[in-house]
Design a protein around this ligand. Structure first.
Ligand SMILES: [Zn+2]
Length: 110
């Protein structure tokens, strides 16, 4: 249950802000993290009540993974691992797209 452990660490990150009513939490998920966004939301919905976050919506923004080819030095969108660069090379480094970040917490105005 990869997603559930991610949700638990997300809850830990959100916890210090819970003295104000939270409306929305925005996550940025890289396409190379192997995280299924639907599962992530599902897990979040499962635990949010217990965490005192029943009114919180989880929004997930997917971040396209970008790789840089070591052969032709071009940057390209990496759709999946094992995909070659346009020049045919498999030697590239993945820049963005491997992280899962909490990027925004939106509060309800009281
Ligand atoms: Zn290349």
């Amino acid at each position: 249950m990869h997603e559930l452990s991610l949700v638990k660490s997300l809850l830990q990150q959100v916890e210090p802000y819970q003295d104000r009513p939270i409306k929305k939490v925005v996550l940025e998920v890289g396409t190379m993290t192997c995280v299924d966004p639907e599962r992530l939301v599902f897990c979040f919905d499962m635990v949010k009540e217990e965490a005192g976050l029943s009114d919180v919506n989880l929004q997930i923004n997917m971040q396209q993974a970008i790789a840089k080819c070591q052969q032709c030095e071009r940057e390209f969108k990496l759709q999946q691992l094992g995909q070659p660069c346009e020049c045919g090379s498999y030697h590239y480094t993945i820049g963005t797209g491997r992280d899962l970040n909490l990027i925004e917490i939106e509060f309800n105005d009281v």
